[in-house]
Design a binder for this molecule. Structure first.
Ligand code: FMN
Length: 200
C-alpha cells in the first residue's frame, strides 16, 4: 500500500496507523494538507480553524506541556499521578514525525451554532487525513483528555471557549506496514424512509 491514492479509492485506503516514521510530508505537501483542511465545509464561512504544527524539537517541548497538563488534572482531582501515564503523555507525540493540532476557534456569530463550528473543525481534520492519504502518507486522528484541557488549549494559543478537534499524526508506517483498505458493511446502517401509511 502507500503510494498516491486517487478518487474514491483514497476514502477506503485511509486507515489509522498508530506508529509513523519518516518520510513525513514535505513542507509543500504539508501546505497542501492544510489547504485541504481549510477547504472543508464551513457553515457561515467563519473559518473557525487554527492549525498548529508540532515537529522537530518542538514536539518534545510540547510533550512536556502534555505531561504538566496531566499532573495538573491529577492534582485538581486530588489523585496521585501514575508514572506510566505521565511518561505516555510526555512521549506520545513521538509516535509520528509531524503532528497537527486542529483547533476549533469559537466565532461569535449568533447565526451559526457552536456545534456547526465544531463540525467544520472535524470536517477540516478529515480533509487533512484524506489529503495525506492522497499524497501517500499514513495518518492517525487522536483525541483523549488532552483535547478538553484548558492548560493544553492555552499552550496552543487557544482560549477556554475554543475546542480541539484532534491531534493528527502524519508520516509513513514503520516497515511500510500499511493496513488493508476498508470495505465497510452497511448492514443495519441504512434505511429508506417512507411516509407512514395514512390512517383510515
Ligand atoms: C474524533 C476522533 C477521535 C479519535 N481519537 C482516537 C484516539 O484518541 N485514540 C485512538 O486510538 N484512535 C482514535 N481515533 C481513531 C479511531 O480509533 C479509528 O478511526 C477507528 O478505529 C477506525 O479505524 P480506521 O481509522 O483505520 O478506519 C479517533 C477517531 C476520531 C474520528
Amino acid at each position: 500500500m502507500g503510494g498516491e491514492a486517487t478518487g474514491l479509492d483514497l476514502l477506503f485506503r485511509r486507515r489509522s496507523i498508530s506508529r509513523l516514521t519518516e518520510p513525513a510530508p514535505s513542507e509543500e505537501e504539508l501546505r497542501t494538507i492544510l489547504k485541504a483542511a481549510a477547504a472543508a465545509p464551513d457553515h457561515g464561512e467563519l473559518r473557525p480553524w487554527r492549525f498548529v504544527v508540532l515537529r522537530g524539537p518542538a514536539k518534545d517541548a510540547f510533550g512536556e506541556v502534555l505531561a504538566r497538563a496531566y499532573l495538573r488534572r491529577v492534582e485538581a482531582a486530588g489523585g496521585q499521578p501514575v508514572p506510566s501515564k505521565l511518561e505516555k503523555d510526555r512521549t506520545k507525540l513521538r509516535r509520528a514525525p509531524v503532528v497537527v493540532v486542529v483547533g476549533a476557534v469559537h466565532r461569535d456569530d449568533p447565526r451559526i451554532p457552536w456545534d456547526d463550528q465544531v463540525g467544520a473543525a472535524y470536517a477540516a481534520a478529515q480533509n487533512a487525513l484524506l489529503a495525506a492519504t492522497a499524497l501517500g502518507y499514513g495518518s492517525m486522528w487522536r483525541t483523549g483528555d488532552i483535547v478538553s484541557d484548558p492548560y493544553v488549549k492555552r499552550a496552543l494559543g487557544l482560549s477556554e471557549n475554543d475546542g480541539i478537534a484532534g491531534f493528527l499524526y502524519f508520516g509513513t508506517p514503520h516497515d511500510n506496514a500499511w493496513k488493508p483498505p476498508r470495505d465497510p458493511d452497511l448492514t443495519g446502517l441504512v434505511e429508506e424512509w417512507q411516509p407512514p401509511a395514512p390512517t383510515p
